[in-house]
Design a protein around this ligand. Structure first.
Ligand code: RIB
Ligand code: CA
Length: 315
């Protein structure tokens, strides 16, 4: 008997790759979006929230809960958002529709807590694709969510490299204290880091697959990638843009789309050169438990079939 759809909370900072992750989750029958919460990251909270409402509108998610969460990291000053990757709006490229999806008046952290506590135990998966401030704050507000969440599948970190510094990836670097809280909590965390997401490159033939869908959502993704590609090439020298956040949603929808290894992950908080690094121990040194899962290898054709197939379900 096939399992029903996975209930997810998407905590995001749209952002081009967050937008594609949201469209995938909206279209694919294997996911049911219980709520979308936003967090300051790629752009200011106000901008990423407006972007989330617009993308939810493109996805036809009229009844979905969308709530704004934290606008800054737990402790540190916000990392100044770099308009070079996502543009001044945070979602440059496509023309954004006037949202038909209303903004829920509750705080995003309260929505996360209420969603988890109101669903049966172990049925809600948290999928953060931005800085982890909302997730950490939700844990502080209601520690009981750690035992009720099915798992946390996050896009962030990396065991072999960084993308803001040599050691740290943006989502973790922006709020390392929040990441420390999330990785230290008694729940299962799967880290989908840039070692994995740099395999998810939206090459020209992938863009063409979205174009030939001939749908509003397909054209929207093409417009996203038409901006994201050159921006990523100019800033990070990639031949094609890595669609980071869609990898986290893909892991929830089809776990076999990527290989994972057990590990223990610590977040560096004090290193002059390494703050925000996800220090990943695959060996279990000193007999420590390998309680986290870390994504390593992507089945690239299976991934793009999943993403294009999911978005093909949208109008
Ligand atoms: O490092 C990649 C991550 O940072 C992605 O989530 C992207 O959207 C940005 O938030
Ligand atoms: Ca993101």
């Amino acid at each position: 008997m096939t399992a029903g759809p996975r209930t997810i909370v998407l905590d995001c900072d749209p952002g081009h790759d967050d937008a594609i992750a949201l469209l995938l989750a909206a279209g694919h029958p294997g996911a049911e979006i219980a709520a979308i919460t936003t967090v300051g990251g790629n752009q200011t909270l106000e901008k990423v929230t407006g972007n989330a409402l617009a993308v939810a509108t493109v996805a036809g998610l009229d009844g979905v809960v969308v709530a704004a969460g934290c606008d800054r990291p737990l402790v540190r000053d916000a990392v100044l958002t770099d308009p070079r990757t996502h543009g001044a709006s945070g979602l440059d490229g496509p023309e954004l529709p006037e949202p038909t999806v209303p903004l829920d008046p509750r705080h995003g952290v309260d929505v996360i807590v209420e969603t988890v506590m109101s669903h049966p135990a172990r049925t809600v998966t948290l999928v953060p694709t931005g800085p982890l401030t909302n997730i950490a704050t939700a844990l502080r507000r209601e520690p009981a969510i750690a035992a009720r969440v099915a798992e946390v599948v996050l896009m962030g970190g990396g065991y072999s490299k960084g993308n803001v510094t040599a050691a740290a990836e943006f989502n973790i670097y922006t709020d390392p204290e929040a990441a420390h809280v999330v990785f230290s909590a008694p729940w299962r965390v799967t880290m989908v880091g840039i070692d994995l997401t740099h395999q998810a490159l939206a090459t020209p033939d992938v863009v063409e697959r979205f174009r030939t869908l001939g749908t509003t959502a397909g054209r929207f993704v093409v417009d996203l990638l038409d901006f994201f590609g050159p921006a990523y090439r100019a800033k990070q020298g990639f031949p094609a843009p890595p669609v980071h956040d869609a990898c986290a949603v893909a892991r929830v929808l089809d776990p076999g789309v990527m290989a994972v290894r057990q590990a223990h992950v610590d977040v560096e908080l004090r290193g002059e050169h390494t703050t925000g690094m996800t220090v990943t121990d695959f060996a279990g040194r000193d007999g420590r438990a390998l309680e986290h899962l870390v994504a390593t290898e992507l089945d690239v054709p299976r991934f793009w079939d999943l993403v294009v197939g999911g978005i093909a379900e949208l109008r």
